[in-house]
Design a protein around this ligand. Structure first.
Ligand code: PEP
Ligand code: MN
Length: 344
């Protein structure tokens, strides 16, 4: 999906609201060469009843007309098999499964049934809850339905403390998914992560730092008048500025950057090797200690000694400017392994 290291950019309004609004958005976005596809919601899953639920088939008719007129491609969310069928009828070749649908394997299964032999490209947003296996499961179901082009979209997770964002990024969870399914391109949706237009740029830049393959960003000709997600949609002008800032970031990371990194990376390799050798030495000591404990009838686990070790190491960590939570977790892991070795 990433072409010449440029991120794959999808942009467009949260929802199709009128022919005029879709035309205005399309007119602005088709002039931006970085934009590869236009997003526009047609069926809107609303958390509570009474909100704007999307225009359905009428919106698809407009999309088909404008796709031909402007030579653009649209994508939208599908949540039911009927949605897939309607998209196919109106020439929508790319769809995504939304966060609320990904959370429910029965619904994913039904949508996948309709996707079979559809030839569509499919993106799968992460589920609402921080459960990477549900996300992976939905991606695998889509793959098993024979969909050849499958991508993941990270739109953040609803957790107790979202730290001022609409949905917490939990970047480490995304790294897990990338490790498990390395062939699946990963896009970031900073609009639903941030929930407000002033957070979109920093989140987009963070995603680029983490080598995401693309971005899906909400852009509306008049965000203040939007019928859904008013606070997070960018105006086309704001979006263009964001694209410029993204571009500047690439220009800064050319081949001279690689040259500067190379010697630092070699030093880092040395440090890692040293760390592993030291860990090996530490485990040898554990085995020797285990022998003495066995001979003298001492228990392997010595709580007082462990507390002393922890206190001492955390004090040292503090003087070294290391994050205490990280050091504690690391020491606990090492200690657990040491206990395992001693029980061996
Ligand atoms: C959307 O993209 O407009 C949307 C409803 O997203 P999500 O499924 O991430 O909430
Ligand atoms: Mn939205």
């Amino acid at each position: 999906m990433r072409q010449n290291d440029q991120p794959y950019i999808i942009a467009g309004p949260c929802s199709v609201e009128s022919f005029g609004q879709l035309r205005e958005a399309t007119e602005a976005l088709c002039k931006m060469p970085q934009v590869k596809m236009i997003r526009a919601g047609v069926w809107k899953p609303r958390t509570r009843p009474g909100g704007f639920e999307g225009l359905g088939e009428q919106a698809l008719k407009w999309m088909q007309q404008l796709a031909a007129e402007y030579g653009v491609r649209y994508c939208c969310e599908v949540a039911r098999p009927e949605h897939v069928e309607l998209c196919r009828q109106y020439g929508i070749g790319t769809v995504w499964i939304g966060a609320r649908t990904t959370s429910n394997p029965f619904m994913v299964e039904e949508v996948c049934e309709a996707l079979k032999a559809s030839g569509m490209e499919v993106m799968v947003k992460n589920p609402v809850s921080p459960d990477v296996r549900l996300w992976m499961g939905a991606l695998e179901r889509v793959q098993r339905a024979g969909v050849r082009s499958v991508a993941a979209v990270h739109r953040g997770f609803d957790v107790y403390n979202n730290e001022g964002l609409r949905n917490a990024p939990l970047w480490e969870l995304v790294l897990t998914l990338r490790r498990e399914l390395p062939e699946v391109p990963m896009l970031c949706d900073p609009s639903h992560l941030g929930g407000s237009r002033d957070r979109v740029e920093e989140l987009s830049l963070a995603a680029m730092q983490l080598a995401y393959d693309g971005l899906m960003i909400e852009v509306h000709p008049s965000p203040a008048l939007a019928m859904s997600d008013t606070a997070q949609q960018l105006t086309p002008a704001e979006f263009e500025t964001l694209l410029e800032h993204l571009q500047q970031q690439y220009h800064r990371s050319g081949s001279s950057e690689e040259q500067r990194l190379a010697p630092l990376r070699r030093q880092m390799d040395d440090v890692d090797h040293e760390l592993l050798r030291l860990l090996g030495r530490r485990m040898e000591l554990s085995r020797e200690i285990a022998g003495v404990k066995r001979e003298t009838g001492m228990t392997v686990y010595q709580s007082k000694r462990w507390e002393e070790v922890l206190t001492d190491r955390l004090r040292l960590a503090e003087t070294l400017g290391l994050e205490p939570g990280f050091v504690k977790e690391l020491l606990e892991k090492i200690h657990a392994e040491s206990v395992r070795v001693q029980l061996d």
